[in-house]
Write a protein that binds this ligand. Structure first.
Ligand code: SF4
Length: 318
């Protein structure tokens, strides 16, 4: 939905099923590139109970389901397909996935449960891309988009700004890329320096630069769905990006910060920008959580697991 046209906004949640990373050379902006070799995350995979409990919270708090995100090798593919199916049942809609370069046969199997795929483009300037993401070539996202086009699956991309690109050079590249692949959604991230990485000292982009990207995308692509976010120390920048035409606000650790002062500040940004904030990150809805799980036609063991995880999450949110 084009929230900006309706003067609304909503918190967008990406649900992660793993934090595994299989690339040989870490992306320079990623916190993983700053971890000592022995602390590098080889494989951290969440249980279905935990992922689906978070999905139920997402639905009940009326968060926009941004994507299911994770490494393609973290679960065997039949398990991923089953997970996507279960998530779409809870959300009562097809969902978006950001799970790597999907070959055609897999994409076909996912098609009944997905609205679209998200390609991790990150940086469009070819030289800068190679420097920033040495093991994640742009060609991978293009293969994904080409496969999606063949099947009529919708497409979205990620883009990080503030990594050294020049707006005058990269915005035209962005326009061409969007037009070439028929991209409908963009997840625009402002670079956030991570301790211990090579880019630790690179300052994040200014809020004006962030808003300039959003405004330019909005002017060029009036129907593009733009999700963007800011880290906790920069929540006040969200007003500007909403005014510039963003639809959804993302990157907020909503489970951890639910109901805290910062969550009120987050919602306040919508009001300051003249938007209605849909859903909540401050007020726990009155829900019989066990009853929500009982409604689901999943096996009893999984349901027990989801209930256990829900208890933990909801207790923390309270
Ligand atoms: S951003 Fe790059 S380094 Fe970080 S998890 Fe993704 S592929 Fe790995």
């Amino acid at each position: 939905m084009n929230m900006h046209k309706e003067k609304k906004t909503q918190f967008e949640r990406a649900i992660f099923y793993s934090w595994s990373c299989y690339v040989e050379h870490r992306c320079k902006y990623c916190y993983m590139s700053g971890l000592p070799r022995d602390r590098e995350v080889k494989e951290r995979v969440r249980s279905f109970g935990s992922i689906l409990a978070e999905t139920i919270i997402c639905k009940k708090c009326n968060w926009h389901f941004g994507s299911l995100t994770g490494g393609i090798g973290a679960f065997p593919m039949p398990k991923i397909i089953d997970l996507v199916k279960k998530i779409s049942i809870i959300m009562e809609e097809k969902v978006w996935v950001n799970i790597g370069v999907l070959p055609l046969p897999i994409l076909k199997k996912l098609q009944p449960y997905i609205q679209g795929v998200i390609g991790t483009v990150e940086v469009l300037d070819p030289k800068l891309h190679e420097e920033m993401c040495p093991s994640k070539p742009l060609a991978g996202a293009e293969v994904l988009f080409n496969n999606a086009t063949k099947l009529g699956v919708r497409k979205a991309m990620t883009l990080i700004i503030g990594l050294g690109e020049k707006f005058e050079n990269d915005f035209p590249l962005f326009k061409d890329f969007v037009n070439k692949h028929g991209i409908e959604r963009v997840q625009l991230y402002a670079f956030n320096p991570q301790k211990g990485t090579e880019l630790e000292k690179l300052p994040p982009p200014t809020k004006e630069y962030h808003a300039k990207w959003v405004k330019s995308i909005r002017e060029e692509f009036p129907d593009m769905v733009i999700s963007t976010g800011a880290w906790l120390d920069r929540v006040e920048t969200l007003k500007g990006v909403l005014e510039a035409g963003a639809d959804y606000m993302t990157k907020f650790p909503a489970l951890r910060k639910f109901g805290k002062d910062i969550a009120f500040d987050f919602e306040k940004q919508a009001e300051l920008a003249g938007r209605d904030f849909i859903g909540t990150v401050t007020k726990l809805p009155d829900v019989d959580w066990d009853a929500e799980v009982d409604k689901l036609d999943f096996d009893e063991e999984l349901k027990a697991d989801i209930k256990k995880k829900l208890q933990i999450y909801v207790k923390n949110m309270k």
